[in-house]
Design a protein around this ligand. Structure first.
Ligand SMILES: Cc1ncc(COP(=O)(O)O)c(C=O)c1O
Length: 375
C-alpha cells in the first residue's frame, strides 16, 4: 500500500531527538527551531516525560470515558493553576482542529445560533466547522463550504458590529497571534471590543490558543496580555509535547449536560500523563520566563541583519520577515546549516517555533547561519 501523497516532504529521516536537537539515521544533528509545527514545548524526549509516559503505559494506556479517570482531574487542576483559568471547565479531545470543532459546536448549542465570524489569514484546522472558519479556499471542500461563516478583515470593528447586530452569530473565533497566516496581530482596542460586543450580542468569544498557548508567548495564553474573558479557549500542540492531545477550556457560564460533547480517545490515560508532565516541567524549569528572556535576546540579534524588514510575534512564537521570499533560505538552513525553521502563508516570513527550553547559544547558531547564507 502506498501513502496518500498529501505532504511535500524534505528528504530527512529523523530517528531520535533530544531537547532542541533532532538526529537522522546517519546521526547528523539538526537544531530544531520549528518544534514540528510548534508542538515540542518542553524539549524532545524530556527525561521526566519519557519516564512518566513509560510508567503509565506499563500500567494502563487507555480506557474510554465511561469510568473514573483521576488523571483527567489532575490535569485539569494543574492546568487551572498554571494558566490562571481555575474557574473554567475542561473538555479533552485529540487535536487542534477537534478542539475548535468542539468549541464552535458548543457555542452553537449554548446560544442556539449558527453563523461564525472568523478573520482573514486565520487558520483553525481541517475539520468541518474549523476548516470553514479557516481563510484558505484550497482546503475548504464543498461539504465544508455549506457552513455559515463570514471572514472579516482583522481590526474591522465596524463590519464586526454590523454582523453581530443581526443576532445570528454563535461564535467569533480568533488567533490572538496568527500562526500559519504569518504572525499578524491586531490591537488591544480590537480584541477588547470583540470581548464587549460578544457579551452584548450573546455570542461566544473563542480564543484559538492551539499554537500560541501553553506558555509559548511567555504568558500562558496569548490573550492574557489583554483585558478579555473568552467563553472558550482551544488548546493542543504544546499541550502534549508530541503526544496527541487537545482540549477546550469552557467558561463557567456554559453548562454541561450528559452527551453534549464526547470522544473515544480524548482524555485517555497516556495523553493526560503526557500533558500533566508538560505542565510540571513548564513550572519547574520556568519555561515561560525562559521564553520571554530568549525572545528579547532573539529580537536584538535579528536587528543586526539588514535583510530582515520586520520581526513579528511574541515570546517563542516568532517570525522574521525578509525583503525576499524565504523558500531558498529555509532549504539552505536545513541542508547546509542543519537548522529546522518554518514557513508561513506570507512567502517572505521565516517562522521560529523552538522548544521553550532553547538557550542563547541556539539563537546565536541561527543568526550565524543566516549571516553565512546571506553573505
Ligand atoms: C491556530 C491553530 N488552530 C488550529 C490548528 C489545527 O490543529 P491540528 O493540526 O492539531 O488539528 C492549528 C494547526 O496548525 C493552528 O495553528
Amino acid at each position: 500500500m502506498s501513502l496518500f501523497n498529501v505532504y511535500p516532504l524534505f528528504d530527512i529521516t529523523p530517528v531520535k531527538a533530544e531537547d532542541v536537537y533532532v538526529f537522522d539515521e546517519n546521526n547528523t544533528k539538526y537544531l530544531d527551531l520549528y518544534g514540528g509545527h510548534a508542538v515540542i514545548s518542553i524539549g524532545h524526549s524530556h527525561p521526566k516525560y519519557v519516564k512518566h509516559i513509560s510508567e503509565q503505559v506499563s500500567k494502563l494506556g487507555f480506557y474510554s470515558n465511561s469510568i473514573q479517570n483521576p488523571l483527567q482531574v489532575d490535569l485539569a487542576t494543574k492546568l487551572g493553576k498554571l494558566s490562571g483559568c481555575k474557574e473554567y471547565q475542561l473538555f479533552l479531545c485529540n487535536s487542534g482542529a477537534e478542539a475548535n470543532e468542539n468549541g464552535l459546536k458548543l457555542a452553537s448549542f449554548h446560544n442556539g445560533k449558527k453563523k461564525v465570524i472568523a478573520f482573514k489569514n486565520g487558520f483553525h484546522g481541517r475539520t468541518s466547522a474549523a476548516v470553514a472558519a479557516t481563510d484558505n479556499a484550497k482546503i475548504v471542500a464543498p461539504i465544508n463550504a455549506q457552513q455559515e461563516v463570514e471572514i472579516l478583515e482583522l481590526g474591522d470593528l465596524v463590519a464586526l458590529e454590523k454582523s453581530l447586530a443581526k443576532n445570528d452569530v454563535c461564535a467569533v473565533i480568533i488567533e490572538f497571534i496568527q500562526g500559519v497566516g504569518g504572525l499578524d496581530e491586531s490591537t488591544a482596542e480590537f480584541y477588547e471590543a470583540i470581548n464587549t460586543l460578544c457579551k452584548k450580542y450573546n455570542t461566544c468569544f473563542i480564543a484559538d490558543e492551539v499554537q500560541s498557548g501553553f506558555g509559548r508567548t511567555g504568558d500562558f495564553f496569548a490573550f492574557q496580555k489583554y483585558n478579555v474573558t473568552p467563553d472558550i479557549i482551544s488548546i493542543a500542540k504544546g499541550m502534549g509535547n508530541g503526544f496527541p492531545i487537545g482540549g477546550i477550556l469552557i467558561h463557567p457560564d456554559i453548562k454541561a449536560s450528559f452527551g453534549l460533547l464526547g470522544t473515544t480517545f480524548g482524555g485517555n490515560h497516556l495523553a493526560c500523563v503526557a500533558s500533566s508532565t508538560v505542565l510540571e516541567v513548564i513550572e519547574e524549569e520556568k519555561l515561560m520566563q525562559n521564553a520571554t528572556k530568549i525572545s528579547a535576546y532573539f529580537i536584538e540579534k535579528a536587528k543586526e541583519i539588514s535583510e530582515i524588514k520586520n520581526i513579528k510575534g511574541r515570546g517563542l512564537m516568532l517570525g522574521l520577515e525578509f525583503d525576499f521570499p524565504i523558500a531558498e533560505l529555509r532549504k539552505k538552513l536545513i541542508f547546509n546549516q542543519k537548522i529546522f525553521t518554518g514557513s508561513a502563508k506570507n512567502p517572505n516570513l521565516l517562522r521560529i517555533l523552538p522548544p521553550l527550553t532553547i538557550k542563547k547559544e541556539h539563537v546565536d547558531a541561527l543568526f550565524d547561519a543566516i549571516k553565512s547564507e546571506l553573505s
